[in-house]
Design a protein around this ligand. Sequence first.
Ligand code: 5AD
Ligand code: SF4
Length: 468
Amino acid sequence: MERKTPLISAEDLQRQAEIAEYIHEFWQKQGKTPVAYVETYGCQQNEADSEQLRGLLQRCGYGFTDTAEGADLILVNTCAIREHAAQRVFGNVGALVHTKRRHPGQKIFVCGCMMGQPEISERMKNSYPHVDGIFSPHHLWQFPEHLYRVLIRHKKAWAVEDSAGAIAEGLPTVRTNKRKAWVSIMYGCNNFCTYCIVPYVRGRERSRLPEDILNECRALIAGGYRELTLLGQNVNSYGKDLGLGTDFADLLGQIAELDGDFVLRFMTSHPRDASHKLFDVMASHEKIAKQFHLPFQSGNDRILKEMNRHYNRAQYLELIAYGRSLMPDIVFTSDVIVGFPGETEAEFEDTVSLIEQVRFDALFTFIYSPRPGTPAAKMPDPTTKEEKNRRFDRLVAVQNAISEEKHRAYVGKTLRVLVDGRDGDFLTARTDGGRLVRFAGDDDLIGQFANVTITDSTTWSLVGTAAP
Ligand code: 5AD
Ligand code: SF4
């Protein structure tokens, strides 16, 4: 099969690199190192995008600050998944009018998924005159050009044209964490779940070539990274567009076979394409964390159909059972939506019973949020807000009781954890399954693996002491 989504050409990338160099010199001539403030909303994919934007900013000569006040450049990377996130962005971008007034040379850019929605980017363009530039995820790699237009040409930069999407290899990256790295393996989504805005703002599925991903992973491991998380909106359809015969399970296995002491994770999986082969590969490689984030969204078959999910409750439960048959301690986490249009009380009860049956280790619960332009936004939705809130509270209570019990069962066990930071008197760390562990210890353990004996637990975390 012919590759449908060409890479951005080397010449086009080179042109952006030259523009970045020009901007760098522009600042050098002024004897100044400008500072940028990058604010990121949303998912890990957006975090990964912001790391590339920081990379491009650094190439343009920018350093970084953690406050908008006084920054020479503010970049707001937005999320469109639920209305609440979008409202916060409008509020926060609106408030930047004051920081800009105090620092008139300041340049403000807004990017990310919200800017992939035409009516939202129009509103940003028309009602927020202090914003200098906006661009959608498809136009991220051209950031030096947008910046040049604003900074050197004193014009506004708008780059929001829709596209099926392409792949820009080799963009510079400034990673926020020294031990944990995101590795995007693919972009976009073809699933068109009826509630979801992602396919509209991030384009069609397109996979990076296996050798590009493997080279990036090798370099990260050599650079001391201890945890690699492979990212994609739907990692299980990795490779379908490449036609090389490498699927996600193959890629995962190849990365897990690289030399070095690291943990390999991935997200997010769609149950429709999650294969037994993937579980087999997980079970046969020590370096792959025994953690699986497998969003089920609803426990009711009619709602799953309305959501266009292409699996049913029985198939979902079969996947969970297969995973547990190979890896009895595998950690399953999931996403669920309550109050999808037309969801009845009985259909909601199917979701509760699925949670009780599977007993997830953690659950991310969302109240349905209509996204303009998606099919579900046009479906009749007679359920009141109060009723939806009640269903939400009920799910959270059911899951909290399960999480608490599961955590209690860890007391007395000794676990290998990766220490990721400090919170007050305790070091914070994650188990193989991604659970938060707190224990007393020295800062030199940060970034290292350690053994911890669990002594206590809460709904959200485990508490322990360092073990030999
Ligand atoms: N409303 C509520 N939740 C949503 N999600 C995606 N779209 C919506 C929406 N319109 C949830 C899904 C997805 C997670 C990332 O966000 O559960 O898995
Ligand atoms: Fe991530 Fe989706 Fe939000 Fe975009 S809309 S930032 S892809 S969660």
